[in-house]
Write a protein that binds this ligand. Structure first.
Ligand SMILES: [Mn+2]
Length: 327
């Protein structure tokens, strides 16, 4: 089925004259890497595809080949000639359907993803839940259709795989990740450039914020669960952006032996973002229950403003409530 669907997607892409791509609402290395790699292929065929993103591209992704194709302009959807929408790494049907509603002729949606929580909202759905990254799904698209990705596309794809596997270290890392990565490197993917841009450029201020979170680490006595939180004062006081703080959960996941890890970050509107990592329990169940999404071993959800979860007690309570979902 996976192979058949790749061929079906290829047929649809070949006849589309004005497709528009949608990267996940939460911009990351995988949603960008997967969409830009396919955009690079279509560019080679003379079709320039805009990649819609929900917010300006963070600095650490500016090195990605083809990043200039990204646009935050929602008007790309009102172009009446748009004849195809392809979403990448978007598990949230409401986000994609909301953008699709802006189109004039309601073209087909191709949904390419690897999230367990994806609801298969597309007309064609290539949702491969045992894939380590949507970029790896797109890599398979290239292989199945006997397309050799350019060095630029290969670099985009390896960016997505490195991002979602935290450079082959987290539990999402499987043989598919290594097989794709080795093939992409032989095809000229610039993996050192990817690692340098995404991981080896953290400012001292960002590390100071991480330090505040490390000091507050709490081990919950009932299970092997570790949690911590960051307040606006931590983030704003050090003059860093939310995006720069990202990566803390992945770092902690690599550094502790807890079964489940919670990192709570207060958002500018007074709410909070909760990010979970697990080596055992399926945390996507918690995310789903709380209105979020993700994978079995890495998932997250948002907490509305007004609830105080970024305090020692608030954090403890939130974790207890979340764990109750698994019982
Ligand atoms: Mn992904």
């Amino acid at each position: 089925m996976e192979s058949y669907t790749h061929k079906r997607i290829y047929e649809i892409l070949l006849v589309a004259k004005h497709p528009v791509f949608v990267a996940d609402e939460r911009i990351d290395g995988d949603s960008l890497g997967s969409s830009l790699a396919l955009a690079d292929y279509l560019k080679g065929r003379g079709v320039r595809v805009p990649v819609f993103v929900s917010e300006p591209i963070p600095a650490k992704y500016q090195f990605m080949p083809g990043i200039e194709l990204c646009t935050t302009d929602r008007n790309v959807f009102s172009d009446p000639t748009i004849d195809l929408v392809v979403s990448f790494d978007c598990s949230d049907a409401a986000y994609v359907n909301g953008l699709h509603a802006l189109t004039v002729n309601r073209p087909s949606i191709i949904n390419i993803d690897h999230h367990a929580t994806n609801t298969r909202y597309g007309n064609v759905n290539q949702v491969v839940t045992d894939s380590p990254a949507t970029a790896e799904v797109v890599y398979r698209f290239f292989v199945e259709n006997k397309i050799v990705p350019s060095r630029e596309a290969a670099t985009c794809l390896i960016t997505g795989i490195c991002f979602d596997t935290t450079v082959f270290s987290n539990s999402g890392t499987n043989e598919r990740a290594f097989a794709a990565a080795s093939d992409l490197m032989m095809g000229g993917a610039r993996i050192q450039e990817v690692i340098r841009n995404m991981y080896q450029n953290r400012s001292v201020n960002v590390l100071r914020v991480w330090g505040a979170a490390l000091e507050r680490l709490n081990r919950h006595d009932t299970q092997s669960v570790v949690s911590t939180y960051l307040t606006r004062a931590d983030i704003d006081g050090n003059g860093v952006t939310d995006d720069e703080v990202e990566g803390l959960s992945n770092f902690l996941n690599l550094a502790t032996d807890a079964d489940v890890l919670f990192v709570i970050r207060e958002t500018a509107d007074g709410g909070a973002k909760v990010s979970m990592r697990s080596t055992g329990p399926d945390v996507s169940l918690i995310a789903k229950q709380m209105g979020g999404g993700g994978h079995k071993k890495a998932a997250g959800f948002a907490v509305l403003s007004g609830s105080t979860v970024c305090t020692k007690e608030g954090c403890r309570q939130l974790v207890e409530n979340a764990l109750a979902v698994l019982k």
